[in-house]
Write a protein that binds this ligand. Structure first.
Ligand code: GAF
Length: 425
């Protein structure tokens, strides 16, 4: 990135942060009788370039943070033991959720489920503090606003979890390692949202580096930033507006198929030097060797994961070499694999990918995130963006029953961060 482009990107982040904190502060003051917050934090949503459904198979993923974030502000609450904490969200203004600051709080249900990402993170921080023999987390009031589209498959929940974590760290002046913060977010998803997700969304939201995509090894949690800063190339995120929800049975079923495939491969290859503990350790040859022991669906699911790990590492090399044509080709192959083998796409998303791939100057396009709706990610020449947006506007409604898709262009944004609370007035 040129110095000028880096300065423009940094200014865009600073401006968005200032606006986000100001909005959250206004909501805080309005909700809590004119009080002022003392701590503030932000964390981004994400879009995954390639490496889908590989994270819970100990594999590799290659996401980047969006320039859109969730902002949380708050202050300690006075009162003795038993004082509850409170949180309010811009999207549900007026609904102030009260909860105990304890490590074993029950998840909320119904209309208040949105607060589980906050309550769950608080529970995880309390557990960690108690385990370390500390004094616990003080009760607090908080307010948050989000620029990350909700339910659009770009990890609005991870953004909320990581902003809550960074906020608690600001409030208590106790920083936590960014990977540990992500693990607490993943535990929140498992226990409070009942989504058995991998670690990708929380790790990228917590650890992102502005200007780079992160190649993440989901077994070791090592990350390698790969610059994504060629000004002539852009990432376009397109929301199909098909609601994506991973709390149903499809996501856990995919995980179970992967476990079944690992079991069969590990049994057949038990005598080999390197044990197969996850699909990351398997090859397509190994999969072929157990072909007769697996039902066709399980075989297809494993085929996707094993081949996606290879594509993801090839994409890393191609991006490092500035070979966008190869990155684009791998994205298109990834989409076909997710559509046909992993079966997590929907016709509307397939249509968006087809529309994008027909536009001159688009290197590649694919479904991104958990699937069953949500967004596509496209890699394109900057000069192709207008034609891409026009094609989506003209052609998508025929595939979606009249629904319009929404698109935005993003650079690689920054990870979770503590922010200044501006002085009053
Ligand atoms: C969702 C999950 F939360 C991630 O952990 C990951 O599995 C992704 O789906 C699919 O790659 O976003």
């Amino acid at each position: 990135m040129s110095d000028e482009a880096a300065a423009a990107a940094a200014k865009a982040v600073a401006d968005a942060d200032a606006a986000g904190v100001a909005r959250a502060t206004a909501l805080f003051s309005k909700t809590y009788d004119g009080a002022r917050p003392t701590a503030a934090a932000a964390a981004p949503g994400r879009v995954n370039l390639i490496g889908e459904h590989t994270d819970y198979n100990d594999g590799w993923v290659f996401p980047l943070a969006l320039e859109k974030s969730t902002y949380m502000v708050g202050a300690r609450r006075s009162g003795g033991a038993g004082t509850k904490s409170r949180v309010v969200c811009e999207a549900f203004e007026g609904d102030v959720v009260e909860f105990d600051v304890a490590g074993d709080v029950a998840p909320l249900s119904g209309d208040r489920k949105w607060a589980n990402y906050v309550v769950g993170m608080v529970a995880m921080y309390v557990r960690a503090v108690e385990k370390a023999g500390g004094e616990g987390i003080p009760a607090f009031d908080a307010a948050f606003v989000s620029d990350v589209p909700i339910g659009g498959g770009v990890s609005s929940s991870a953004a909320l979890e990581m902003s809550t974590g960074a906020f608690l760290e600001a409030l208590t002046s106790c920083p936590v390692d960014a990977t540990e913060r992500a693990l607490r977010g993943q535990a929140t998803e498992h226990e409070y949202a009942k989504v058995p997700c991998g670690i990708m969304d929380q790790l990228i939201s917590s650890r992102a580096t502005a200007g780079s995509a992160l190649l993440i090894d989901c077994r070791s949690h090592e990350v390698a930033p790969v610059p994504l800063s060629d000004p002539s190339v852009v990432i376009v995120v397109t929301n199909s507006h098909v609601e994506h929800d991973l709390s149903g049975s499809e996501y856990p079923e995919r995980r179970e198929s992967c476990t079944a495939a690992v079991k069969a491969i590990a049994a057949k290859h038990a005598s080999e030097e390197k044990p197969v503990k996850a699909l990351r350790d398997a090859t397509l040859g190994m999969l072929a060797s157990v072909s007769d022991d697996l039902d066709p669906k399980t075989r297809a699911r494993a085929h996707h994961v094993i081949s996606e790990d290879v594509r993801t590492q090839e994409a890393r090399k191609a991006l490092e070499a500035g070979d966008f044509t190869t990155v684009g080709r791998l994205m298109v192959e990834s989409h076909a694999s997710l559509r046909d083998d992993y079966e997590v796409s929907v016709p509307e998303i397939d249509a968006l990918v087809e529309i994008a791939c027909k536009v001159d100057g688009v290197f590649g396009s694919r479904i991104t995130g958990g699937g069953f709706g949500g967004c596509t990610v496209s890699l394109a020449k900057r000069e192709a963006v207008d034609a891409l947006l026009a094609a989506v506007e003209a052609e998508y409604p025929a595939a979606s029953g009249g629904v319009k898709a929404t698109c935005f262009v993003t650079r690689a944004g920054a990870g979770a961060r503590q922010l200044e609370v501006p002085a009053e007035g």
